[in-house]
Each structure stands twice: as C-alpha cells, then as structure tokens.
Design a protein around this ligand. Structure first.
Ligand code: F6R
Length: 246
C-alpha cells in the first residue's frame, strides 16, 4: 500500500519524515534503519539531531545500512557517502559507529563487496524502515532506468544525467566517480517499510511518472507501487503535477 503525505515545503517534509523515523526508533529501539544521502534527507537528519539533543530520541541500539557508495572513494574522502553520513548525522547522535554500515567503496572486488553487503543486511535481520530519495530520472539508490527489477546489491555504471546531477558536490563533473555500489531493487523491496521523501518542482514530473504511471524498469521507483508498506512524504511543489488531493 502506498500512502502519500503532503507537506508544505522542504522543512515540513523533513519534520514529517523525521517524525516517522522517530516513531520507528521509539517503537523498536534496536531497529535497522536503511539510510540515504543527497539533498533530500539533510533536513530530516538535522531534525532528528535536534530531537536527540533535546533528549527525545535514543539511537543507542539502532543499526543503520546505507543504500549506496561511490566505487573508488574511501570513507575519508569528503565526497564519499560514508563521509556524508558522519558529517550530517552519525557524529551528532549516540549511534554506535560499529553498527553503521555502508558498501565499501574501496573494495576493488565488486562481486565480493556486493555479496558481503547483502550478507551484512541479512545478518542484522533485514531493514525495518528504509529511507529513500528520488532521482530526477526515477532512480532509487543508484538503480538507474532500464535495469531489471530483480537485482540485489551490485556495481552500477552511473548514467550521464546522474553524474550531471551529482557534480554539484564535486569540483567538476570529471571528478564524479563513474561507478557505485548500490542496494538493488530487490534489496530495497525487502525492507519491511519504506519512506520516500521528495521535494521541489524539479521532481514534479518524475513523481507523477513514478507513482501515478505504469510500473516499468524505465522508472525504477515505480516498483514501489508494488510494496506493501510505502509512505511518500512529498512537498506541494513535488506534487504539483499530480491530481492527488487528499
Ligand atoms: C542517495 C541515493 C540517491 C538519491 C537521489 C536523490 O543515497 O541513493 O538515489 O536519493 O539521487 O538525490 P537528492 O536528494 O540529492 O535529490
């Protein structure tokens, strides 16, 4: 089942998403959170940090597994997703760093790394709540348009549009890695609950195609329509092309 929650703007989206994550952590303090990077979740993490500082939240027993990591970047590299997670979230809450997992961008053996990461997810008991952003081209994680739906963690060649979209974090497009390790669509679909956040007019077209159009590999996020427990928190700008008044 897919539930769409309408938010006013980015800030409201972030508060609503943080509320849903908080509820998960309160209901199951030793839960496994699947986490994402990018611009969409920054406000959500900031809100969670604020509530943690107020004493309302405890991440002491939480485990996290991230969606993806650039291939070839180490955790010390400021553009890596590991660095992002530390500087936007992990370092500001009482999460145990030993229980925060990401694919290892420095493992040159792609096949081994992907098998290892699937094993990590299995060993921690699977993901209770997976946070997702939505790419302009419909990707979730780094599952790019056109790949088959049945994938587990794998190594992907990033599409030109993704490299363009992500170059804002680098000095130039040339420095954006060309490959990444990502949970596959099947890995994501195995999460017990999914929370997708999306904001801004630039995503309005893809929101319409992904959640109100046919389920097709050309729009990877469309598969979420088949998941039993998906919540989408979208702001008005992102919903501006859908007739989905609630
Ligand atoms: C990040 C990830 C990506 C982003 C997506 C949206 O871990 O897997 O799928 O969620 O590219 O990025 P933003 O939020 O920067 O628009």
């Amino acid at each position: 089942m897919m539930k769409i929650i309408r938010a006013k703007d980015y800030k409201d989206m972030s508060r609503k998403a943080a509320n849903i994550i908080s509820a998960q952590v309160i209901m199951k303090p030793d839960c496994v959170l699947g986490l994402a990077t990018g611009s969409s979740p920054v406000g959500t993490y900031r809100q969670l940090i604020e509530w943690y500082e107020k004493g309302d939240l405890d991440f002491g027993d939480v485990t996290t597994v991230n969606l993806d990591e650039y291939r070839g970047l180490s955790a010390e590299n400021e553009q890596s997703y590991a660095w992002f997670m530390h500087h936007n979230f992990f370092d500001y809450v009482n999460i145990n760093p030993d229980r925060t997992y990401l694919p290892d961008g420095m493992n040159p053996d792609a096949k081994r790394e992907c098998t290892r990461y699937e094993e990590v997810i299995r060993e921690v008991g699977g993901v209770d709540l997976q946070l997702l952003g939505l790419g302009h081209n419909g990707h979730i994680g780094f599952n790019e348009p056109g790949e088959e739906f049945g994938t587990l963690t794998h190594c992907v060649d990033l599409q030109e549009s993704t490299i363009e979209a992500n170059k804002r974090f680098f000095d130039s497009a040339d420095e954006v890695p060309r490959q990444a390790y990502t949970m596959g669509i099947q890995t994501i679909m195995m999460a017990r609950k999914i929370l997708l956040i999306v904001s801004g007019e630039g995503k309005a077209d893809i929101v319409k195609r992904a959640f109100f159009g046919p389920v097709v590999p050309q729009v990877p996020a469309s598969i979420l329509q088949m998941h039993p427990d998906v919540t989408i928190v979208a702001d008005e700008a992102a919903l501006s092309k859908c007739d989905c008044q609630e």
